[in-house]
Design a protein around this ligand. Structure first.
Ligand code: FES
Length: 338
């Protein structure tokens, strides 16, 4: 079996090299070399390991992920990509998002479960004490945890909505998908006090706190969870950079509860908020249209390049990226697909 070389190039220009056999996938080879990239399922479903091959030939195995964009040359899932030649791969995140240790696995119990709004559930877990860390939970606002359906190997990733804390509290906003496996378990079987395995934190959707640009957060649905965590973090540190939140929904009933927005605004007084509704009822005072359409209006009034943090469905993210490309002002999009 011939051994080839893979070079990963991170968004901030770091290069990581490791050997990879022709029959091996790049994600497995990177882990064998001690580089743990953002990934979850390892079987071509979750889309978290997507990247772009810029040099070299490769073979893609079967996959089932909508995250892979057929129109982007070289786009691959690293858990399904094997080299036919030496490869150079561009990663859509910075070096800091590559771990040098295995993602921690811990036990937790369900502390509360309550309807949030529309078809979303607010789920709070409490970590069990761990010999190394006690109950503390460390993560960067914007990251996610993988939750395992008890008695199975099935994991689903959900973003944290709260902040790192000593008490081991993990808050999630989970949309109940009609046929989703985790959603079905949550709806039909989960009870307060149930034990659940959590793996994480993971993910590269985090704040660039070295940037001095104004920030705009664009969210739809449960994409609000990581954005709330980031805004709470900025509020906690009394960040003073210009900051705007755009939240989009189809109907008013699907909007983020006003109390959440008020609590974040109280801690972050410079925060501007645009609520965008595609099909509002009569008398709606906010923006009528999608979140990307509201972003277009907002950007048309902005003079300087922005950092745009977007979390939502792939269609919303594509629209945001196209808009930024069209504007051509050097805005930067940091995105998380739901
Ligand atoms: S790790 Fe899930 S698609 Fe590769």
């Amino acid at each position: 079996m011939s051994e080839l070389e893979v070079t990963l190039v991170t968004r901030d220009g770091a290069e990581l090299r490791f050997p990879c056999a022709q029959a091996e996938n790049v994600l497995g080879a990177s882990e064998a070399a001690g580089y743990y990239l953002p990934a979850m399922c390892h079987e071509g479903t979750c889309g978290l390991c997507h990247a772009r091959v810029t040099e070299g030939k490769y073979t893609m195995g079967p996959h089932n992920s909508a995250a892979l964009r057929a129109d982007v040359p070289g786009e691959v899932l690293l858990c399904r990509c094997s080299p036919d030649e030496d490869l150079t791969v561009a990663l859509p995140y910075n070096q800091a998002q590559i771990l040098r240790y295995k993602v921690p696995v811990r036990q937790a119990v369900i502390e509360t479960m309550a309807p949030a709004w529309q078809d979303a559930v607010a789920l709070t877990l409490r970590l069990q004490p761990d010999a190394a860390t006690g109950t503390a939970v460390e993560f960067s606002p914007g990251q996610y945890m993988e939750l395992t359906i008890p008695g199975t190997e099935i994991r689903r990733a959900y973003s944290l909505a709260n902040l790192p804390n000593w008490e081991g509290r993990l808050d999630f906003l989970i949309r109940l998908a009609p046929n989703g496996m985790f959603s079905t378990w949550l709806r039909e079987q989960a009870r307060v006090g149930d034990a659940i395995t959590v793996r994480g934190p993971s993910g590269s959707f985090i704040l660039d706190e070295t940037s001095v640009r104004p920030r705009c957060f664009v969210g739809g649905g449960c994409g609000l969870a990581p954005i709330l965590s980031m805004l709470r973090h900025l509020g906690e540190f009394q960040d003073s950079q210009p900051t705007h939140l755009i939240f989009g929904a189809n109907r008013q009933a699907e909007l983020v509860p006003a109390a959440e927005v008020e609590a974040v605004s109280a801690a972050l007084p410079q925060l501007g908020v645009t609520l965008a509704v595609t099909s509002p009822e009569e008398g709606w005072q906010g923006f009528q249209g999608t979140a990307p359409a509201a972003l277009e209006v907002y950007l048309s009034q902005a003079d300087e390049p922005m950092d745009i943090y977007a979390c939502g469905p792939p269609k919303m993210l594509e629209a945001v990226e196209k808009l930024v490309e069209k504007r051509g002002r050097g805005d930067r999009v940091i995105a998380e697909r739901l």
